[in-house]
Design a protein around this ligand. Structure first.
Ligand SMILES: C[S@@+](CC[C@H](N)C(=O)[O-])C[C@H]1O[C@@H](n2cnc3c(N)ncnc32)[C@H](O)[C@@H]1O
Length: 257
């Protein structure tokens, strides 16, 4: 992940950024948090499920190091790849929040995750449909061009921009039962002081991932800079709200009674 990602991830908490998981967790549960980043949500999982077991893993060594440093007495953190989850039939619940959107073969990753749950354990994914973002009013042209370039860059790399709306059918194809989909859209209002940092997500993405998009030829450095500046100005002067489209999709791993 590009430098600066930790700042975006650290703004999240279990209660504010994964409400559905917060609802299903119980004390004593054994939970695997895949793609845990800096552990901002994993720490909350530990607090709710203690004295159970909470393990977070991520492929990014630096993020896992930061997770360790933030929670020295809490979850266990390891570096691992979602396509090769290093646990078998241990967990009551495996959670993948905002992770599958970054993979070119999410089906294979889901199979790998459910092999870590006990037979009949719960698998829960939270993800976006980036095509259904809603801004009120529309941000400046430079920002919309940046966002279109972001979607094209992702799509050309094999990532599914509309993954949230494809997860339920993918779960069904993989034999996951009792599938339940809940809307978890994230609305941020410019009038709410606490929402300002969430609204700022696209200036953060322009400042972090934007450099990779420039290197990959999807926009110029000038366009990236202008989008970052114009977005911050839009937040300060014009923005009313932004709604990110997110769905939580959960179901029972094969073996469900
Ligand atoms: C957008 S962050 C989400 C972090 C956290 N789950 C949250 O909801 O805030 C996506 C995370 O997935 C991790 N990731 C991406 N590909 C991965 C893979 N193949 N195996 C493990 N983690 C991966 C990234 O390093 C990053 O920390």
């Amino acid at each position: 992940m590009p430098s600066g990602t930790a700042e975006i991830l650290n703004r999240r908490t279990l209660a504010s950024s994964h409400r559905r998981l917060d609802e299903v967790l119980r004390p004593g549960m054994r939970v695997l948090d895949v793609g845990c980043g800096t552990g901002a949500i994993t720490g909350g999982i530990f607090e709710v499920t203690d004295p159970g077991l909470t393990v977070g893993f991520d492929i990014d060594v630096n993020l896992v190091r930061q997770a360790h440093e933030s929670h020295t007495h809490g979850p266990c953190y390891v570096v691992a790849d979602l396509y090769r989850v290093p646990f078998t039939r241990i967990f009551d619940l495996a959670n993948a929040a905002r992770v599958l959107q970054w993979l070119s073969d999410p089906g294979r990753a889901i199979e790998s995750c459910i092999s870590a749950t006990k037979p009949g354990g719960l698998f829960l994914a939270l993800d976006y449909n980036h095509e259904k973002i809603a801004w009120d009013p529309r941000p400046p042209l430079s920002v919309r061009l940046f966002y279109d370039a972001f979607l094209a860059w992702r799509s050309d790399a094999g990532m599914d921009n509309a993954i949230a709306d494809h997860l339920a059918s993918e779960f069904g194809r993989l034999g996951i039962a009792d599938i339940r989909v809940t809307e978890q859209h994230e609305r941020s209002d410019s009038l709410h002081a606490n929402d300002k940092s969430r609204l700022a997500i696209w200036s953060s993405v322009a400042a972090t991932r934007g450099h990779q998009m420039v290197r990959d030829g999807y926009l110029s450095e000038l366009q990236r800079e202008k989008a970052e500046e114009d977005y911050l100005e839009w937040i300060d002067t014009t923005a009313v709200s932004q709604t990110l489209y997110l769905l939580s999709v959960e179901g029972c791993a094969p073996g469900c009674s």
